[in-house]
Write a protein that binds this ligand. Sequence first.
Ligand code: NAD
Length: 360
Amino acid sequence: MKRYNVAVLPGDGIGPEIMGEAVKVLKAVGKKFGTEFVLTEALVGGASIDANGVPLTDKVLDLTLKSDAVLLGAVGGTRWETLDYSIRPERALLALRKELGLFANLRPAKIYKDLIDASTLKPEVIDGVDLLVVRELTGGLYFGVPKGIETLPDGTERGVNTMVYTTPEIERIARVGFEVARKRGKKLCSVDKANVLETTELWRKVVIKVGKEFPDVSLSHMYVDNCAMQLIRNPRQFDVIVTENTFGDILSDEASMLTGSIGMLPSASLGAAKNRAMYEPIHGSAPDIAGKGIANPIATILSVAMMLKYSFDMEAASDLIEAAVEKVLNKGYRTADIASPGEKKSTCTEMGEAVLKELA
Ligand code: NAD
């Protein structure tokens, strides 16, 4: 029997509620597919601050480094907002990304037919949208040096950030893009601003070179300003988008809003080795609804599906979870965040149980 170690970090707010349902789904899939998932739960974020004084202890970091994958709920909350930035709950995420070397952020945006009205865009524009943004996470403008604000001799100030990428950095994110596209619709669109920025001129050159290793994936290129427009004009044209850090930050938020439902969207952050991966919903800890049992667990359940696909190559199991979610929505189950006025609302547990029933 195959055996995988998964670090389970529920975190704060609705984290423990949504994680409870996601873990049930993971266990059920393990049973069905003859795979043993050894789950080790640990504190992170505000919960860890309360217990240990820091958002991420060395012991928990060590656990994540020894695991095959990390499943995270969400961190943060009003209770910890007065703390110094260096020990805020969100620091745990930054530390995990850094220590695990998570350089590729994958964010799918998929429209479910039954939730089409949740989007602010017209149904005929978004019907059938199923795309994924691969964002480079550790380089580019956010990390490049020199950076900072300096005072000039004349008393004015000068702010500087540097967009910098090396060939190996571009090669590895391009490879993730191609590999992911290979597991989906085999179409990769690389987004850059090669007509203005030399950094992305190099980006385009390297992506084309890496593309020669993936003759089965069709590669196209788009300038970032056009991509921002095309995502709204005709989002169905995209399968996988690969792009640098800043562009990806903006475009992945834009793409996720096509669906209009934050409680539905999973994400993955991947590192260089197969056992360096973290899966989490894109939403936060939702302190406004924490403890009420009304949070939507689907984003976390779909994060489990991504984990099965990208960390454990269990594509059939992953597809089964996605299909179960689709069926549950089709049957009319709705948590408060995705319910239309007057529709019956399911609790977090009811939604999780409904997915489990479909899996069985
Ligand atoms: P949020 O995503 O937590 O909530 C935004 C809105 O969406 C709220 O109205 C919330 O009730 C709703 N919502 C979010 N997830 C939901 C779900 N699964 N089901 C139903 N409704 C849901 O964003 P915020 O309010 O800006 O941040 C709250 C806290 O979360 C802050 O401390 C913030 O720093 C933290 N945060 C953490 C992460 C993370 O852990 N990755 C990400 C974003 C924000």
